[in-house]
Design a protein around this ligand. Sequence first.
Ligand SMILES: [Fe+2]
Ligand SMILES: [Fe+2]
Length: 269
Amino acid sequence: MMTLAQMADAVLRTADGREKTALSHKYAAAWRSARADGSHPEIGTASPPDHPARPQAPELLSPRDVPHRKPGTPEGRIAMMHAVAHIELNAVDLHWDIIARFSHIDMPIGYYDDWVKAADEESKHFNLMCDCLEAAGSFYGALPAHAGMWQAATDTADDFMGRLAVVPMVLEARGLDVTPNMIRLFKQAKEGQAVEALEVIYAEEVHHVAYGSKWFHFLCGRHDLDPTPKFHALVRQYFHGQLKPPFNEEKRAEAGIPPDFYWPLAQST
Ligand SMILES: [Fe+2]
Ligand SMILES: [Fe+2]
C-alpha cells in the first residue's frame, strides 16, 4: 500500500490534466474509504519535485504577455474559463504539495483529511472548467496561460507556516473576492453550465481558505505565537505586492480570516 506522501508525489509527477485529476480523485477516494473503516494509509515522507509535471500545452507566458480579451465577448469568456482551469490545475498540485512537502512535520490526522478533500475538489473544479471549455468548442491548452503560478510554492518550500499564510489564506482568499463578479458575468451571458461550475467552485473554496486558517492557527498555538503579527510578517516576507481591495469580508469571515489579518496588508486607495 502506498503512503499518503507517495500518493501526493505521484499526482505531482503526472503531467496531463485529466490524468492528474483522475489520479488525485482515486487517491482521495482510497483515503476516504480507509478513514471510514477507522484506519488510514501511513503518511510516510516524500521528496516531491521542485515543479509539478505539466502538460505540453498550454504554453506558459509571463502575465504581461498573456493577451487580454474583452470579457463581454464569447472569446473573452473562453479566455476566462481557460484561466480558471489553469488556476484549478495548479491548485490540485498545491494541495498535494502541502501534504508531500511537509510530510516530515507531525500533524493531526484531520490535517490530512482537509487537504486530501481540498485536492479532490480542485480536481473536480478543473474537470468542470474543461467540460465548459469543450462545450464552447475550446479545450484546456488551446490558449497561453500564466507562468509563475508555482512561485508561491517555491518561495515557501521551506516554510510550512509561510505556505499556509500565502497559499490558502492569501491566494485562495483572493478567489473568494473575485468569483462573484465572474459568476455575474456568465449569468448575464446566459452561460448556465459555466455559472453552475463557478458556483460549485465558489462554495467549496471557502472551505480551503478555512483549512488554511485552521491549521495556521493550530501551528501558532503549537509554537506559542500571536497569529495576527505572525501572519503579517509571513505575507510581507513571501507575497510580492499588496493585497487588493475590495475584499469579500463575509466569505473571509466564514473562512476564519478576520479583517485585521488583511486590511493592514492592503494597498491604500
Ligand atoms: Fe478550486
Ligand atoms: Fe482551493
